[in-house]
Design a protein around this ligand. Structure first.
Ligand SMILES: NC(=O)c1ccc[n+]([C@@H]2O[C@H](COP(=O)([O-])OP(=O)(O)OC[C@H]3O[C@@H](n4cnc5c(N)ncnc54)[C@H](OP(=O)(O)O)[C@@H]3O)[C@@H](O)[C@H]2O)c1
Length: 299
C-alpha cells in the first residue's frame, strides 16, 4: 500500500492518475475531502501539521510518497522541515519501508528557501533507517500556470535571470518518474537508495518562455529583467515579506549565473522516453492558457 501526500498538487494529480492506471494499491492523503473525492481514488483526510492524522493515514502503508507545500514566506520557522521530518518519523514508527521524497535541485546545507529546507529533510531521511529515493526537480513548467512564476499585475513576466537558460520540467514527467519508482518490483533486486536530478530536455531563456507563452495565451507577454535589488523591491511591493523577497532575488541571481541550465538524463533513464518540451507542456494546457489570457484581458 502506497500513501500519496500532496495528491491534489501539480505532481500529485498526475501521479494519482498513473497509479490508478497501474492498478497498484494506494491511498491519497488530502486536507479537503471534497477535493480528494475528485481524484477518484481512496482518500484519507489528514494534514502534515497534524502528526496524529499522518500516523493514522500510514497504517498498513509500505511506501510513502512525500510531498507538500514549498518554502513559503514565513518568518523564523520553516513549516516544511517540521512537517516532513515528522512525517518521516511517523513512517518509521508505522513500519514503512521506502520513502520517495520530492526535494529540489541544488538542495544544500545553508541554502536559501527550499534549497536549505529540503537539504535538512533529506539528511533526516538518510539517517532514518528507511529506504529512500530523493527526486530533485528543476523549476516546474506549471509555475507559469499557477502563478508561482513572478508576474506583474498586467501579466508581464519579471525576474532577475538575465539571459540565463533554465531547463524547466513538466510535473507530468516528475509524476512519471515517481510512479515508475513506486511501482517497480520490490524485494532483493530492488535498487538501493538513490537521488535523481530531474530536468526538462532543453533550457530556455525567460524571453524565449515569454514568446512561447504569448503565442499560447493569445496575448503578448514580455519578460522584463530587473537588477536583483529592484526585483526584490517589486516583490516587496507585491506584499512579500522583505527577507523572503531578498532570498528570491538572490536565488534569481544564482540562476542568472547558469545554475539551472544543464539538462539531466534521469527522466529518460527512468521512464524510457524523453521529457516533455515547453511546447509539449503548452500544447497540453492550451485551454487553461487561453482561459488565463481571456481572464487577464477583462481585468
Ligand atoms: N514549484 C517549483 O518550481 C518547484 C521546483 C522544485 C521543487 N519544488 C518542491 O516541490 C514541492 C511541491 O511544490 P508546489 O508548492 O509547487 O506544490 P503544489 O503543486 O502547490 O502542491 C502542494 C501539495 O501539498 C499539499 N499540502 C500543502 N500543505 C499541506 C499540509 N499542511 N498537509 C498536507 N498536505 C499539504 C497541497 O494540498 P492542498 O490541495 O490541500 O493545498 C498540495 O496537494 C515543494 O516541496 C517544493 O519545494 C517546487
Amino acid at each position: 500500500m502506497i500513501l500519496v501526500t500532496g495528491a491534489t498538487g501539480s505532481i500529485g494529480r498526475p501521479l494519482v492518475r498513473r497509479l490508478r492506471a497501474s492498478g497498484v494499491a494506494f491511498r491519497a492523503l488530502v486536507r479537503d475531502e471534497a477535493r480528494g473525492r475528485a481524484l477518484g481514488c481512496d482518500v484519507v483526510v489528514g494534514d502534515l501539521d497534524d502528526p496524529a492524522s499522518i500516523a493514522a493515514a500510514l497504517r498498513g502503508v509500505d511506501q510513502l510518497f512525500l510531498n507538500g507545500a514549498g518554502a513559503g514566506p514565513v518568518d523564523g520557522e520553516q513549516p516544511m522541515v517540521r512537517q516532513q521530518t515528522d512525517a518521516i518519523d511517523a513512517a518509521r514508527a508505522a513500519g514503512v519501508e521506502r520513502v520517495v521524497k520530492i526535494s529540489v535541485w541544488h538542495a544544500h546545507e545553508g541554502g536559501r528557501l527550499a534549497e536549505g529546507a529540503h537539504w535538512e529533510i533529506e539528511q533526516h531521511l538518510k539517517v532514518s533507517g528507511l529506504r529512500w529515493t530523493v527526486l530533485q526537480p528543476n523549476g516546474f513548467m506549471q509555475n507559469f500556470l499557477t502563478g508561482a512564476g513572478s508576474f506583474t499585475a498586467d501579466r508581464e513576466l519579471i525576474g532577475a535571470y538575465g539571459d540565463a537558460r533554465v531547463s524547466y520540467i513538466d510535473c507530468e514527467d516528475i509524476a512519471a518518474c515517481a510512479a515508475r519508482i513506486l511501482t517497480r518490483p520490490r524485494g532483493q533486486d530492488e535498487p538501493g537508495n538513490e537521488t535523481f536530478i530531474l530536468t526538462g530536455p532543453q533550457a530556455l531563456t525567460h524571453s524565449q518562455i515569454a514568446e512561447r507563452l504569448s503565442a499560447a495565451i493569445g496575448r503578448t507577454i514580455r519578460y522584463r529583467d530587473l537588477p536583483p535589488p529592484e526585483f526584490a523591491a517589486t516583490l516587496r511591493a507585491q506584499g512579500l515579506p522583505a527577507a523572503f523577497a531578498d532570498d528570491v532575488a538572490a536565488l534569481h541571481a544564482e540562476v542568472a549565473a547558469g545554475s539551472l541550465a544543464a539538462t539531466a538524463s534521469a527522466v529518460a533513464d527512468l521512464t524510457g522516453r524523453a521529457p516533455r518540451t515547453f511546447d509539449d507542456f503548452l500544447a497540453a494546457h492550451r485551454d487553461d492558457l487561453r482561459a488565463l489570457g481571456r481572464a487577464r484581458s477583462v481585468e
